[in-house]
Design a protein around this ligand. Structure first.
Ligand code: FES
Length: 78
């Protein structure tokens, strides 16, 4: 599997309602940080995650975090 595309060198901070979301892992989505189906034809699959309450989250867009889908600061080393 190749490296994911670097969508941005900063997290997307969003206030999200409870629900299920699909975080883009390939970096190709035009709807960052979420999947828009652009991974088709690659080896990447979106990562499903669920929030049980409204939450402010920092979602990784460099796609190199060790704690997906959340930013862990790895973007600062790129
Ligand atoms: S945006 Fe990827 S670790 Fe912060």
């Amino acid at each position: 599997m190749g490296q994911p595309r670097l969508a941005a060198k900063e997290p997307a901070v969003r206030s999200l309602d409870p629900g299920t979301y699909y975080w883009c892992t390939c970096g190709r989505s035009r709807d960052q940080p979420f999947c828009d189906g652009s991974h088709q034809g690659t080896d990447f699959q979106p990562l499903e995650f669920t929030l049980t309450e409204k939450e402010e989250v920092a979602l990784c867009q460099c796609k190199r975090t060790k704690t997906p889908p959340y930013c862990d600061g790895t973007h600062q080393t790129l």
